[in-house]
Design a protein around this ligand. Structure first.
Ligand code: TYC
Length: 101
């Protein structure tokens, strides 16, 4: 006897979970030159001059500023690269990360 095949229609896959995102935060200090901070933001976070300047000034005036929201691995890697770039030049520049939610 012929079987009636019933095929699932549409999506049966469970929705992929969105990865938990992490903020990269630029922390102000009294020693790192403004132009150096801008250069690091452009080089490591792919920001343009205007965006990098605005983020740098926000950190300068308010103490810290969110630079980007990325997956945990990428956020931690970029934060380390930014902090290292400062250290290599003798500055106490600091980037930290924290979970978004
Ligand atoms: N406050 C620094 C200065 O006046 C500039 C600066 C801005 C340093 C932001 C760090 O995250 C920073 N030279």
């Amino acid at each position: 006897m012929a079987e009636t095949k019933i095929k699932p229609r549409g999506k049966v896959r469970p929705k992929a979970e969105r990865p938990r995102m992490h903020k990269v935060i630029l922390v102000n200090d009294d020693y790192t030159p403004r132009e150096f901070v801008v250069r690091v933001l452009k080089a490591i976070f792919g920001m343009g001059e205007d965006g990098a300047y605005a983020v740098m000034m926000t950190a300068h005036q308010r103490g810290a500023c969110v630079v980007a929201v990325l997956t945990k691995d990428v956020a931690e890697t970029k934060a380390d690269q930014g902090t290292q770039a400062g250290r290599a030049a003798g500055y106490p520049l600091l980037f930290t990360t924290e979970p978004e939610h």
